[in-house]
Design a binder for this molecule. Structure first.
Ligand code: FAD
Length: 480
């Protein structure tokens, strides 16, 4: 017989949370809760019933147990940098935010096993630094790394700029510790590279955006620290040339090619307008650029020669119009910072209808060409930025109105813009969400593009792991 818990009043509920987490672990007044209530862009606003800030896995479990007993919906939140408002609670004041930020310890680092065990609230940059201090690399790298948390990275299966060489966040995980919907703890912190003992349960929670369990800790893979790196910033004639150049570099450099990013001119114009510390790396204006990194685990002078030879070959083939190679570590860091600040510059510039799409790498030119053509025809004057991880087939393809006066009117047509771009993406064999997930912004897209069989499977998994639907309701899946 299913148990039907008695309804509980707000004060009683808060008292239970305070007993489990202590008063400092429960925020209830508006100003304290404000940073947890809206998304990174400041466009989606929720009203939390309370914000819970546990410091241990035991406290997370206790909080979830109270939620289960009282059927109180909860929204796990990491750094709240997600791009689909997955960590933002509903606006009706019925959901608690479960912030993992105080669960931020590195539990252990095993150099011989090349693994690090970290709690969910560890800021990604701190994790990278802990690995570097042990002469190892934790390769996950993205623009929000100073504030996003590893739990959020795993819950969204984040991508970033090193996927080409190291894979998505999912590929860096050996084990997980997860608090389940009834408050029990799955202790799956195995540090094994081989473990074929039935279903690989951790995969259920990676990329589930907090709808199937709360990740509290993870065993992550470490890699040899690179000893040498070369960064090149290249102007290319168009996206087709960028794809050819990518394949040229890939063929010549193999796994030493660790980053290959496409940037359109409008991205740079907006960057220079909004973030003044940057200036044009090349003397002339071009329409398209590629930012590329080669790295190696031994400090080989050959790496520079390899980059130059690949660049030279690209120039001879007409794929590179102009280029600069970073002459120092700080120059290289500056070029990468430029790339990483593009989302922030865009955010300051205007509201955008944003698409985080992937297609087979070979179809990127069609995506950008046809997508731009169709958007311009349907929405005259539309401005389009395209940038992203061309080596992964993942392009951020964002559109806004011709000028600020029409921006909100354009955003009001978001569903039509989505449909135009996403229909094209699907016709090219792509995905309407490459690395940002579904959250609450892409739920309709999921319902639209997933097959009935796939949707039903997802619903059955949700039903099995969270039958009362208390974990991040309204996210990922359309209402059952
Ligand atoms: C400037 C900028 C650049 C970015 N660049 C990239 C990029 O290159 N690649 C990329 O993939 N993303 C990128 N992002 C998006 C974002 O940083 C990632 O999605 C990141 O992984 C989210 O981590 P977070 O800690 O902020 O998670 P949050 O935003 O707090 O949460 C994201 C989702 O995960 C859930 N969640 C959070 N923590 C947990 C947990 N412990 N257990 C279960 N569920 C949890 C939340 O409920 C929510 O659904 C960028 C964002 C910004 C602002």
């Amino acid at each position: 017989m299913p148990q039907h818990p008695a309804p509980v009043g707000r004060e009683d509920l808060l008292a239970r949370f305070e007993q489990a987490l202590e008063a400092t672990g429960v925020l209830t007044n508006g100003p304290d809760m404000a940073p947890y209530a809206s998304d990174w862009r400041g466009r989606v606003h929720g009203v939390p019933l309370a914000v819970l800030r546990p410091t241990t896995t035991g406290q997370v479990a206790a909080a979830v147990r109270i939620c289960a007993q009282t059927r109180t919906p909860l929204v796990p939140q990491g750094g709240n940098t997600g791009q689909c408002a997955g960590a933002v609670p509903a606006a009706d004041g019925t959901q608690v935010v479960l912030s993992l930020g105080r669960l931020d310890r590195i539990r252990s680092l095993d150099i011989e096993n090349n693994t690090i065990t970290a709690e969910a609230g560890c800021i990604l940059a701190n994790l990278q630094q802990a690995a570097a201090a042990a002469d190892r690399l934790f390769p996950l790298s993205l623009g929000a790394e100073g504030s996003c948390q590893i739990g959020g990275n795993l819950a969204t299966n984040a991508g970033g700029t090193a996927v080409l060489r190291y894979g998505n966040a999912r590929d860096m995980v050996l084990g997980l510790e997860v608090v389940l919907a009834d408050g029990s703890i799955w202790e799956g912190l195995r540090a094994l590279r081989k473990d074929n003992t039935g279903y690989d349960l951790k995969q259920l929670f990676l990329g589930a955006e907090g709808t199937l369990g709360v990740i509290t800790a993870a065993v992550l893979k470490l890699y040899p620290a690179p000893r040498a790196a070369v960064t090149a910033f290249m102007a290319v004639p168009d996206p087709a040339a960028a794809v050819n150049l990518f394949n040229r570099f890939r063929a010549r450099c193999g796994d030493r090619l660790t980053g290959f990013e496409l940037i359109s001119r409008l991205c740079l114009d907006i960057l220079f307008r909004q973030i003044e510390r940057f200036s044009d790396p090349l003397p002339q204006r071009y329409e398209w650029y590629v930012l590329c990194e080669l790295s190696d685990t031994h400090a080989a002078e050959g790496l520079h020669a390899l980059a130059e030879a690949s660049l030279e070959a690209g120039m001879q083939a007409g794929e590179v119009l102009d280029a600069t190679l970073a002459q120092s570590k700080s120059q290289a860091e500056r070029l990468w910072r430029m790339r990483e600040e593009i989302p922030e510059a865009n955010r300051r510039e205007a509201p955008w209808v944003r698409h985080d799409v992937s297609v087979p790498v070979s179809r990127i030119p069609e995506l950008i060409g046809l997508g731009s053509e169709r958007l311009r025809k349907r929405f005259p004057g539309v401005q389009i930025v395209a940038f992203g991880h061309i080596g992964d087939g993942n392009i951020h393809f964002n559109a806004t109105a011709a000028d600020a006066a029409h921006a909100e009117a354009f955003i009001a047509q978001q569903e039509a813009v989505y449909a135009l771009v996403h229909d094209l993406v699907m016709s090219l064999g792509g995905s309407f969400s490459a690395e940002h997930g579904i959250g609450q912004l892409k739920v309709r897209e999921l319902a639209r593009y997933k097959s009935p069989v796939e949707l039903a499977l997802m619903q059955r998994i949700k039903q099995a792991l969270d039958p009362e639907c208390i974990l991040n309701p309204g996210k990922v899946l359309p209402p059952g």
